[in-house]
Design a protein around this ligand. Structure first.
Ligand code: PLP
Length: 410
């Protein structure tokens, strides 16, 4: 379901701006940040929420989160520079990811940015990159976890690599502050995080013993968005309570642990919408009518792997009785029928939805909202055939442009 505030803003902006464009709601991100922060802090008074830049580095989100006290989680040198430009101080930036170039590591360590080491080779790179007289290195080890297929994750160190990593870092004068356990994405409940902690039950107390206080336990991102009413996620309090319980089983008191989470999708996904219009309606002898939008799935690239609510909006108040959508029908009672919804690109697979219920009266010009594009879809979107659409956010009774349109197609 698309949040009513976002929907209202999209409709308002569409009266003035030609489609397609995106609308984001930073207010929704702030609400989710506040709820998440509060729930985790009840169990872990030392708590850091590190926003995953890769999920959407839009300044409307990142600068707001910086002002709210979040930390930035980045996975490349360019992302690191972006976070600095957004105002994050180096001690509120964590540098993650499987590949860090030597110059990036040197810069991160010289600034005092936290580094999550992903591999045995990177342990040596970090030891080599430490400069004398620089800030004390803030280093954690990313530990591999088991995947659903029974194999080890490609990320992080294996158990037999940890002792050597610690030795090399100790020789370089570095005390490992903690660990990072990245469990993947779209994790429905706390069990997966508990399993990752349990997998390392022998190593964690040892590392905690040797770490400078407090021991950092970073459980990464992967949390589901809140608004999926069909398959609701566990509440934050449940995640926090269960992770705290698992820590307790290892002899780690939650109040002595500095817990870090790195949410992306759960903060951003539901707070962005792609606003398009029906460009063409085609009748076929068999099957549902086809709607072709004036936007393509290159602007919402996770349509095949994630649920994206599609809602039809009346083009003016007189049309209200005609409007409706998949999950939030407006004007119930009017005749409805199924549609197949396509994008404007010249290939068969440019499909937003094979079947969506909508008002029978749909015609070209009708506004269509594709929801849940606030994470990954927006940064993944690629320019093809037409320029990149602008991004707007509601502001008072109006709106502001928060990202310029791309002006070129190459
Ligand atoms: C290291 C790390 N942290 C955080 C995230 C954010 O994950 P999500 O958007 O599922 O919360 C990712 C996503 O790939 C990641 O790789």
């Amino acid at each position: 379901m698309i949040e009513s505030r976002l929907k209202a803003a999209a409709e308002r902006i569409a009266r003035e701006i030609p489609t397609p464009f995106y609308v984001v709601d930073p207010g929704g991100v702030e609400r989710d940040f506040t709820a998440m922060d509060k729930a985790w802090r009840e169990w872990f008074p030392r708590f850091t929420l590190a926003y995953s830049y890769k999920s959407n580095p839009l300044t409307a989100f990142t600068r707001l989160l910086c002002a709210l006290g979040a930390t930035a989680e980045v996975v490349s040198g360019p992302e690191l520079e972006t976070a600095l430009k957004d105002g994050f101080p180096p001690d509120r930036i964590l540098f993650d990811g499987p590949v860090k170039h030597a110059a990036e590591l040197t810069r991160a360590l010289a600034l005092g940015v936290g580094v999550q080491i992903d591999s045995a080779a990177e342990v040596e790179d970090v030891a080599a990159a430490i400069s004398e007289g620089g800030p004390r290195p803030r280093v954690c080890l990313r530990l591999a976890i088991g995947t659903d297929s029974g194999e080890w994750s490609r990320f992080g160190l294996m158990p037999d690599e940890v002792p050597r990593a610690r030795r090399i870092l100790a020789d370089a004068g570095v005390r490992v502050r903690g660990v990072h356990l990245g469990v993947g994405t779209l994790v429905r409940g706390p069990r997966t995080y508990r399993a990752a902690i349990r997998l390392w039950r022998e190593t964690l107390p040892e590392l905690a013993h040797d770490a400078p206080e407090p021991f950092v336990l970073n459980i990464g991102g992967g949390f589901p968005p809140r608004g999926d009413t069909a398959d609701p996620a566990a509440p934050w309090a449940e995640f926090a309570a269960e992770v705290a319980e698992e820590c307790g089983l290892l002899g780690l008191r939650p109040r002595d642990v500095h817990l870090v989470v790195e949410p992306g999708r759960s903060l951003a996904e539901e707070h962005g919408v792609l606003v398009a219009r029906v460009a063409v309606r085609k009748r076929r002898a068999e099957g549902p009518d086809l709607l072709v939008l004036d936007a393509g799935t290159n602007l919402a690239r996770t349509v095949k792997s994630r649920s994206h609510p599609i809602e039809f909006v009346p083009s003016d108040p007189d049309d209200a009785a005609d409007a409706g959508g998949t999950r939030d029908p407006i004007g119930a009672g009017s005749a409805r029928e199924p549609y197949a919804v396509y994008g404007n690109n010249c290939y068969e697979g440019d499909v937003f939805a094979r079947v969506v219920d909508g008002p029978s009266s749909l015609r070209p010009g009708q506004l269509v909202l594709v929801g849940s594009v606030g994470a990954y879809d927006m940064p993944f979107a690629h320019v093809w055939v037409r320029p990149r659409p602008p991004v707007y956010a509601p502001a008072g009774t109006g709106h502001v442009l928060v990202r310029e349109p791309g002006r070129a197609i190459r």
